[in-house]
Design a protein. Structure first.
Lengths: 217, 144, 353
C-alpha cells in the first residue's frame, strides 16, 4: 500500500470516525446538561429576537473598539472566507464532497483557488504573528491556540505545495496534504476548532439572555 | 433505433494546434544565433531538438517564417525517408526524420556545414572502396 | 566468421543498411529519451561498434498484450532495425519451434551467452504453493525465472505484471503473484510497466543498453527516468483545461464533447508516470485521454485496486461506511454518559436544589 492509498483509505476512515465520535460526543454532552433556570420575570417579550440579533451584532466589533480590534476582525474574516472558498469551490475538494452527497456544483478555476489560498495562508501567518507580538494575546494563549493554528495552516501549506509541484512527487504531496486534513479532523472536536459549531449557539444564547433582561432591544 | 440515429462527431484531436506563440520560438531563435556564432568561429556542429519541446503550431510557423528557405533541399532514403533543407541562413539546416507515411518522427535544426544525415560516412565509404573494383573487374578481359 | 563476432555496423552494412540509418535510428531514440541531440553521432558510433545482443524473452502469467504492443511500434521502418540489433533467441509466441525443441533453444542460448544475455520477462510469477499455478514444460515459472536470471546480464520486466505483479496480483491475489524484482534481487532489473507498455520505451532501453553498455537511469520503482519522470497530467494536452477549471462531469456532457479535463471522471493522470501523453499508442494515432477516457494509471503498482477507475482522485476510498454510523452511535453514548456525570456534578454543587 502506498502512502497515498493509506491517506485516501484507512487514514481517512479513522479520521472521520474520530471526528464524528468527538463532535457527537461534545454536542450531546453539552445539550444534555441541565439548563439553568431563570426565575426572574422577563423584562421584555420575544427573547428569541434578541438571540437572532446576537448572531449579527457580534459579527462586527462595537464601534468604539473598531480602531483597536478592527484589523483582527478583518484578518479573521479573510481566514474564514478563504477557508470556505477553497474548501467548497476548489474542484478536487468539491469532488470529495460530491462523492459523499451525490451531486456536483460550480467551482472556481485552479488559479483563483491558488490565489485565495495564498491570501488565506498569509492571513493565518499575520494572525500568528499578532498573537506572538501582542503581550496580552500571548499571555492568554495556550497550547490549544497554537495547535489549532497549526492544524488549520498545515492543509493550506501542503495543498499549495502540492498544487505548485514543490514536492519531489505529486502523489506524495497529495498524500501529505490529505493526512494534514485528517489531522485537522482528528483535532477538531477536542480543541477550539469546535467554535465552528458553538459560535452560533453561544451567540444566540447570549443574545436571548440579554434580551430577556432588557438588553439587545 | 438504427445506427444512423446515433450522431457521430469527429474530434479534431489534441488542441496543441493553437496558433498562439508561446515565446519558446523566440528563445529557440536566440539559441540558433548563439550556435551560428560558435560554428562560424570554427566550432563543432550544433543540434537543436524540436520534437521534445512543447512547441505550438504557432511556434513552428513562426520558426519556419523567420528561418525561411535556402538553396538546398534533399530527400534521403535510409530507414524510411528523411527531409533536409537549408534555411535562408546558410549553415542552418532543418532536418525532418520521417516515418513511412511521411509523419514526422523527430525534427531538428542543425547548425554546421552539412547535416550529418546527408554526409557519406567513413565506414560506408570504406565499404564501397572495397566493393567498387568488382564493378569493372568482370568487364576486364585480361582478368578472365 | 560467426555472426556474433561482427559488430552491428559491419553486419548491417553487409545487408546494405548504411550508417545513415543508424543515425536516423539514434535520432529517433534520443528524441524519445530526451538525450541531447548533440550526442546522436556518438550514440550511433557506439551502437555500430556493439555486438548483436542475445535476448531471451520469457512469458509467464500474462495475456500476450505486451508482446502485441511491442510488435506494433510507432515507425515500423525505424523500429524494425532493433530486430537487427538483437538476436531474439527465445520467445515462445514468435518462434517456430515448439515443445522440446523450444526448450533446447533456451538451453543453447543460455549456454552460449552465459552471463551476457538480456532476459526479458512478461507476466507475473505466482509464489503461492511453490508457484504451481503457472507452469510450462513441467517447470514452474518461479523455478524458470530463478534458473534463467542466474546467467543474465540484466533483466527487463515488460509490462505491469512483470514489474509489479499486475492483474494477477489484484486483490485477492489467489496465486500469490508478484513482479520479478520481488524474487530476484542480485541482478540489475529495469521495469517497463504499462498495460500495455510503450514499444518506444522498449526500443529506448534496448538501444541504450547496446550503445552505452548499461541500463538507463531509473526512478524509485526501477522505471527508466527518460520515459517515466513526468506524470501524464504534466504532459497532458488537456492540462490547460484543468488549470482553467473546465471539466467533463459525465462522458456525454458539454465538457466531454469539448475535450475538457477528465479529472472528475476519475482520471489518474496526476499520479501516473508514463510517456503515452507525448509518444501515444498505435503509431502515434491516439492515447487514452485523446480518446476521451481518463488515465487509469496502468503503469503504477496496484492500479486496479484503487476503488474504481471512475472515482475522482480526490474522493476518499470508503470501503464500507458502516464505521461512520457506529461512530455516531458511540458519540451519542459517550455524550449521554458525560452529560449524566455532569448533571450529577451540577446537583452536587447546587446541593440537590
Amino acid at each position: 500500500m502506498t502512502l497515498l492509498d493509506f491517506a485516501r483509505g484507512p487514514a481517512m476512515q479513522i479520521a472521520i470516525i474520530i471526528f464524528v465520535v468527538g463532535i457527537v460526543w461534545r454536542l450531546v454532552g453539552v445539550w444534555a446538561l441541565r439548563q439553568k433556570k431563570d426565575l426572574s420575570e422577563p423584562r421584555q417579550k420575544g427573547a428569541w429576537i434578541g438571540g437572532i440579533k446576537g448572531l449579527f451584532v457580534h459579527a462586527w466589533p462595537y464601534k468604539p473598539f473598531v480602531p483597536k480590534v478592527g484589523t483582527q476582525y478583518i484578518v479573521g474574516y479573510v481566514i474564514h472566507l478563504g477557508l470556505f472558498i477553497v474548501l467548497i469551490f476548489g474542484t478536487p475538494h468539491m469532488l470529495f464532497f460530491a462523492d459523499i452527497v451525490g451531486f456536483t456544483w460550480w467551482t472556481l478555476p485552479g488559479g483563483v483557488i491558488t490565489a485565495v489560498a495564498v491570501i488565506t495562508t498569509l492571513a493565518l501567518f499575520i494572525a500568528l504573528i499578532k498573537r506572538l507580538v501582542n503581550p496580552v494575546q500571548r499571555m492568554i494563549s495556550n497550547f490549544d491556540d497554537y495547535a489549532t493554528w497549526f492544524v488549520t495552516t498545515a492543509p493550506f501549506v501542503t495543498g499549495l505545495m502540492t498544487t505548485m509541484g514543490m514536492w519531489p512527487h505529486y502523489e506524495t504531496g497529495l498524500a501529505i496534504h490529505l493526512l494534514s486534513v485528517w489531522l485537522l479532523l482528528i483535532y477538531f472536536p477536542f480543541g477550539k476548532l469546535m467554535h465552528s459549531f458553538w459560535f452560533v449557539v453561544s451567540r444566540y444564547t447570549t443574545g436571548s439572555r440579554f434580551a430577556r433582561r432588557g438588553g439587545m432591544a | 433505433m438504427s445506427l444512423k440515429d446515433i450522431a457521430v462527431k469527429l474530434d479534431s484531436g489534441p488542441v496543441p494546434g493553437s496558433s498562439e506563440t508561446t515565446g519558446l520560438a523566440v528563445a529557440l531563435l536566440r539559441e540558433v544565433a548563439d550556435h551560428l556564432n560558435t560554428v562560424s568561429q570554427g566550432g563543432d556542429r550544433q543540434v537543436v531538438e524540436l520534437t521534445n519541446l512543447p512547441l505550438s503550431d504557432g511556434d513552428l510557423q513562426l520558426l519556419e517564417e523567420k528561418l525561411g528557405r535556402g538553396e538546398v533541399e534533399a530527400r534521403i532514403n535510409a530507414a524510411g525517408p528523411t527531409e533536409v533543407f537549408e534555411t535562408a541562413y546558410p549553415g542552418v539546416w532543418w532536418v525532418k526524420y520521417l516515418g513511412e507515411d511521411d509523419r514526422v518522427i523527430t525534427q531538428q535544426l542543425e547548425i554546421g556545414t552539412v547535416p550529418m544525415i546527408l554526409e557519406a560516412h567513413r565506414e560506408d565509404i570504406q565499404a564501397s572502396a572495397r566493393q567498387f573494383p568488382s564493378t569493372f573487374d568482370e568487364l576486364d578481359p585480361k582478368q578472365q | 566468421m560467426k555472426e556474433h563476432d561482427l559488430t552491428l555496423g559491419e553486419e548491417l552494412r553487409r545487408q546494405g543498411i548504411s550508417r545513415r540509418s543508424f543515425l536516423k535510428f539514434c535520432a529517433g531514440v534520443a528524441s524519445s529519451m530526451a538525450i541531447p541531440a548533440a550526442m546522436v553521432p556518438a550514440m550511433a558510433d557506439s551502437l555500430a561498434q556493439a555486438r548483436r545482443q542475445s535476448v531471451i524473452m520469457m512469458a509467464y502469467q500474462e495475456c500476450t498484450g505486451c508482446l502485441e504492443s511491442l510488435t506494433r511500434s510507432f515507425a515500423p521502418t525505424l523500429e524494425n532495425l532493433i530486430f537487427n540489433f538483437v538476436s531474439l533467441d527465445f520467445q515462445h509466441t514468435l518462434q517456430a519451434a515448439a515443445g522440446d525443441q523450444a526448450i533446447e533453444a533456451i538451453q543453447t542460448a543460455m549456454e552460449e551467452n552465459w552471463g551476457k544475455y538480456l532476459l526479458l520477462v512478461d507476466g507475473s510469477i505466482p509464489l503461492k504453493d511453490d508457484g504451481i499455478y503457472s507452469v510450462s514444460h513441467g517447470q514452474s515459472h518461479l523455478d524458470s525465472l530463478r534458473e534463467l536470471s542466474e546467467g543474465a546480464a540484466a533483466i527487463v520486466s515488460i509490462g505491469t505484471c512483470a514489474s509489479f505483479g499486475g492483474v494477477g496480483a489484484a486483490n485477492p491475489n489467489p496465486t500469490g503473484a508478484v513482479g520479478v524484482d520481488q524474487i530476484i534481487t542480485d541482478k540489475p532489473i529495469l521495469n517497463v510497466p504499462g498495460c500495455p507498455p510503450m514499444p518506444e520505451v522498449m526500443t529506448g532501453v534496448l538501444t541504450s543498453f547496446l550503445a552505452f553498455g548499461a541500463l538507463p537511469e531509473v526512478d524509485r520503482l526501477k522505471r527508466p527516468k527518460a520515459f517515466f519522470a513526468d506524470t501524464i497530467h504534466d504532459r497532458c494536452y488537456r492540462r490547460t483545461f484543468y488549470d482553467q477549471g473546465k471539466f467533463a462531469y459525465s462522458f456525454d456532457d458539454e465538457g466531454a464533447r469539448k475535450g475538457w479535463c477528465l479529472y472528475p471522471l476519475g482520471c489518474k493522470g496526476p499520479i501516473t508516470h508514463n510517456a503515452c501523453a507525448t509518444l501515444k499508442f498505435n503509431q502515434g494515432v491516439s492515447w487514452p485521454i485523446q480518446s476521451g477516457h481518463g488515465c487509469i494509471g496502468c503503469s503504477e503498482p496496484d492500479f486496479w485496486d484503487k476503488e474504481g477507475f471512475y472515482k475522482p482522485l480526490s474522493a476518499g476510498q470508503w470501503g464500507t461506511a458502516e464505521g461512520i454510523a457506529i461512530a455516531a452511535a458511540a458519540g451519542v453514548a459517550l455524550g449521554a454518559a458525560s452529560a449524566v456525570m455532569s448533571r450529577r456534578n451540577q446537583d452536587k454543587i447546587s446541593g440537590g436544589k
